[in-house]
Design a binder for this molecule. Structure first.
Ligand SMILES: Nc1nc2c(c(=O)[nH]1)N[C@H]1C(S)=C(S)[C@@H](COP(=O)(O)O)O[C@H]1N2
Ligand SMILES: [Mo]
Length: 349
């Protein structure tokens, strides 16, 4: 399908949650109008002209910055693949509560903004700082009645990484409203939740943040082999088949391309293997140029089906840290980090 005909699939309209159509992942950068959206609350109204970001807490000089003042601190561009930690939640058994993500809660873009460390250094964090907290303008009421803003924190050493940005541009365009305009955090390699949208307040803390979206959500609980409360951080290795798509009909005895993307937040993708017989046998895929750690890498194979009927295609990736994908979903209570091997079925006629 031509890219112009692709559309996001809306999972919920308000708050906006939308999946990227998988064929769009074959573009080096996911077009802005196809980038996935994950929001816990409604998109907050923000006056772009007067928007300021406050930096406070354990710093030498509390201050606030206009967008123009942030831009004057320096500009950098980073390519990042974002994935929601809840991606593929629907493939868990039983399906945990939470946004009903199929496979499309992932996208890649080029983000431009100021390295966060320049902003922090301008305020001068005190020696006792352990975390930096970020508050978004979005807010809402939880089931238990608490009215809160979206708030998350990063360990200080992560916040000071040179590739962590406060970004105002995505793929050379102003950040779309649903992706956090005018300013969002970008934490390459980490599950999307780290990349706080609509940032209004940055606080330097001398104790770890206790907040709903920090300690009650986006943590692994009830997963075998992991301590309860382990925070969701680096993206687990994953490969997705972008072409053909699940349920597509193909003509037999014709060569078709099976293509997709793979990434890992824990190393570089070192191999992708494809099976066209439901996982009995596997062949190595041809990998595209390495795009850098944490960024999605293209792969493909050519395939000439010599049978008719329903065929199951799978693709699995490995990374340089030795991580592989499980065939069966690994379950946890909140439905995070499910990097099981992607499987689709096609109909050969
Ligand atoms: N302020 C705010 N930031 C947020 C969220 C949110 O609900 N509010 N969702 C987080 C989650 S869970 C993800 S996966 C990413 C999604 O970014 P996107 O909507 O640009 O794809 O934003 C993160 N930042
Ligand atoms: Mo997410």
């Amino acid at each position: 399908m031509p890219i112009a005909d692709l559309q996001r699939q809306t999972i919920t309209e308000d708050p906006p949650n939308r999946e990227t159509p998988l064929p769009a992942l074959l573009e080096q950068f996911t077009p802005n109008d196809l980038f996935y959206i994950r929001s816990n609350f409604s998109v907050p109204p923000i006056d772009l002209a007067t928007h300021r970001v406050a930096v406070s807490g354990r710093v030498n000089a509390e201050q606030s910055f206009s967008l123009a003042e942030l831009k004057a601190l320096g500009t950098a561009t980073e390519i990042a693949t974002f994935e929601c930690a809840g991606n593929a939640r629907l493939s868990m058994d039983p399906v945990p509560a939470g946004t009903a993500w199929g496979w499309g809660a992932a996208s890649t873009a080029r983000f431009t903004g100021v390295p966060l460390r320049h902003v922090l250094n301008a305020a001068g964090p005190n020696d006792d700082v352990v975390e930096i907290a970020f508050e978004g303008a979005d807010h809402g009421t939880l089931d238990d009645g608490r009215n809160i803003h979206f708030e998350r924190s990063l360990p200080l050493e992560t916040a000071l990484r040179p590739d962590v940005l406060l970004a105002w541009q995505m793929n050379g365009e102003p950040l779309p409203a649903e992706n956090g305009a005018p300013l969002r955090l970008v934490v390459p390699g980490w599950y999307g939740v780290a990349s706080v949208k609509w940032v209004t307040h940055i606080r330097a803390l001398n104790t770890p943040l206790e907040a709903h979206f920090q300690t009650e959500r986006y943590v692994y609980s009830g997963e075998q082999g992991l301590a309860d409360g382990t925070p969701v951080r680096r993206m687990r290795v994953r490969s997705l088949i972008a072409q053909p798509t699940d349920g597509e009909a193909l003509s037999g005895a014709q060569t078709t391309k099976i293509a997709g993307v793979a990434w890992s937040g824990e190393g570089e993708v070192s191999a992708v293997e494809v099976s066209v017989d439901g996982g009995e046998t596997w062949q190595p895929a041809i990998l595209g140029d390495p795009p850098g750690e944490g960024v999605s890498r293209l792969w493909h194979i050519s395939w000439t089906p010599n049978q008719t009927g329903s065929v199951s295609i799978l693709a699995r990736a490995q990374d340089t840290a030795g991580n592989r994908q499980p065939r069966d979903p690994v379950w946890n209570e909140l439905g995070y980090g499910n990097n099981l091997i992607h499987e689709i079925r096609v109909e050969i006629r």
